[in-house]
Ligand binder design. Structure first.
Ligand SMILES: [Fe+2]
Length: 591
């Protein structure tokens, strides 16, 4: 049975194909059309899904969309009637619903097929149920508490659910305009981070702040029963598409969220690309702290209703890996499953798996253990891209490739590591990664100066051999998708100085051999050379969506100052730069 899942006309449009209950392929449109956070129709992703399983659209039995404009209609109408100025927006959204409904025409146009070739049944699933489904149906459990939170989706910002067997029972919803995601976005905008997806940057900035504004920020959101209320006087009134707009070309744009009351209280908002003041750091600190307090309040409420040890979680806010890392200290939950594409691209697999289990009543047996669900490319394709670029390369056997790349990392060189299937979700997890030595004091600056050009305060992440996690981190709950931040043990901070954030934490990826043998063996080879079972892992890109094809990887390698490219079985080494980190400065742990 073939089910095509879609997230469309929403940020991070995507498609996934589920064959007999297993996700076989999934990709966000941005990786294929190179338009970051693209929010239109995922035409290329749909074609790639069908191609990956050798199917035609006529073979597809069900198409499932992770959005249902009819969901929570009464709440939407009530809001529109209470806010007459918003009625026009409401009508516009209803028109958009008609476009959403016309999935058949969209597929006919995208794939250039005749209408009679389509025989699928169509399903629309409420946004947050699709989020919870994306995590629960991919988890190893047959019961769990389900939690989803983000800016908004189908007029809801937060959902709590009881998950058991094939069913997801919704227990509570928090309706707009009350939204922890909107609160986070509002303060991000106020301190100058106003692009869609900038929230992760502010999470990284927060530990540089002090407790100056916690009392003020606390007032902005109040926990209440199984939910919370925002003080709406700090926000612009809820506008079209809840502050997020998708332009006709698929660009996702945020409208201003904060009201003049924020300015009265905290002064002028910071303009993007200007100096970050202590005030901005302190606001980031207070925001992250209050966000966590309300988050843990909600999780404890959820646990009271669903006293399980298992928490299946998704939604854009579930990418807040700092909050995720504290769940075990702050709530009774003992295990978490956060789907790698916790944001809106994940709706595609959530909608498809929900159709399979909850609608078609098929039993659970699938578990998503790795994120490698995207396209892959043959060595022949890779060699063609290298030749076309005029690069000198060597073809190596597996063992030599691993030894040589580990040696390059160990002497302080920066390596583009392009292997196998592309990751699903926003994190590079060892197949489209730039890898480097985690124990060199200047490696963060080297990466930023040469390739990434990121804000100075953003940390780089460590990939660690799973069995060594407990030696280096204070928590040993696995973090296979880089969605938890844990404290690094004091005695290990020096050897991980390039990935140790200012608050002595790291957003780790635990790497188990069965999930990615090649990447595991690369870290192992580095471990043998240096005594450190960790490498620095950042995404393979430069201010663009993560590279997908060999051509994009080669292009990124050539236009940046990366030292080495390891792509498929091939290795390319640039002539050394004078300022390359000297081998003598490598701080090596003794075994
Ligand atoms: Fe969402």
């Amino acid at each position: 049975m073939l089910i095509l899942g879609l997230n469309m006309f929403h940020a991070d449009a995507s498609a996934a194909i589920v064959v007999d209950g297993e996700v076989k392929f999934a990709v966000a449109e941005e990786r294929l059309n190179r338009h970051k956070h693209f929010g239109g129709f995922p035409a290329l992703a749909v074609a790639a899904c069908l191609d990956a399983v050798g199917a035609k659209i006529s073979d597809v039995d069900h198409v499932s969309v992770g959005q249902d404009s009819d969901a929570n209609l009464i709440k939407k109408v009530q809001y529109a009637l209470a806010n007459p100025a918003k009625i026009l927006n409401f009508i516009r959204l209803r028109h958009r619903k008609e476009a959403m409904r016309d999935v058949r025409s969209l597929l006919i146009n995208a794939l250039d097929v005749a209408p009679e070739q389509l025989r699928f049944r169509e399903h629309h699933l409420e946004h947050h149920i699709a989020h919870i489904a994306s995590s629960y149906y991919c988890s190893p459990w047959d019961e769990a508490a389900g939690f989803s939170y983000d800016g908004s989706g189908d007029f809801v910002s937060t959902m709590m659910a009881r998950c058991a067997g094939s069913e997801i029972e919704v227990l509570d919803r928090v309706f707009l305009p009350h939204s922890l995601g909107s609160l986070y976005t509002m303060i991000c905008e106020f301190i100058g981070y106003s692009k869609y997806g900038d929230e992760g940057k502010v999470m990284g900035l927060a530990p540089y702040g002090k407790d100056s504004y916690c009392k003020e920020i606390e007032k902005l959101v109040t926990p209440k029963e199984a939910g919370f209320h925002l003080d709406l006087s700090y926000f612009k009134p809820l506008g079209s598409n809840q502050g997020m707009q998708v332009l006709p070309d698929g660009t996702v744009r945020l409208a201003r969220h904060f009201s003049s009351r924020m300015e009265k209280l905290f002064g002028e908002p910071r303009l993007p690309h200007t100096q970050i003041a202590q005030r901005d750091m302190d606001l980031a600190y207070a925001l992250q702290r209050r966000f966590e307090e309300v988050f843990f309040y909600l999780l404890n409420e959820l646990h009271r209703q669903v006293p399980s040890q298992n928490l299946a979680m998704a939604g854009g806010c579930a990418l807040n890996s700092v909050a995720n890392g504290k769940i075990f200290d702050q709530t009774p939950f003992r295990r978490t499953y956060v789907q790698p594409a916790a944001g809106d691209e994940g709706l595609a697999i959530g909608a498809a798996l929900h159709t399979y289990h909850a609608v078609l009543k098929q039993a659970r047996r699938y578990e998503l253990k790795s994120s490698y669900l995207g396209p892959e490319f043959s060595d022949t394709h890779v060699e063609g891209a290298l030749r076309h670029a005029g690069l000198q390369y060597r073809k190596l056997d597996r063992a030599t490739l691993l030894e040589d790349v580990a040696s390059q990392i160990a002497v302080g060189n920066v390596v583009g590591w392009f292997q196998g299937r592309m990751e699903w979700g926003p994190r590079a997890l060892g197949n489209r990664s730039i890898v480097a030595h985690p124990g060199l004091p200047n490696m963060k600056d080297v990466l930023n100066a040469r390739i990434k050009h990121r804000e100075w305060f953003r940390p780089f992440a460590p990939s660690i051999l799973a069995e060594h996690q407990h030696e280096y981190f204070e928590h040993d709950h696995p973090s296979p998708f880089m969605l938890h931040v844990y404290k690094i043990r004091p005695e290990k901070r020096k050897s991980l100085c390039a990935v140790n954030h200012v608050d002595d934490t790291g957003r780790l990826q635990s790497v188990a051999r069965e999930e990615n043998p090649l990447y595991y063996d690369l870290i192992s080879a580095f471990h043998r050379k240096t005594g450190i079972p960790v490498i620095l892992n950042t995404s393979f890109n430069e201010n663009e969506p993560i590279v997908c094809t060999p051509e994009e990887a080669v292009d990124c390698f050539q236009r940046t100052r990366m030292d080495v490219l390891a792509i498929g079985s091939f290795m390319v080494v640039k002539p050394p730069e004078r300022e390359t980190v000297a081998a003598s400065s490598v701080r090596v742990e003794t075994k």
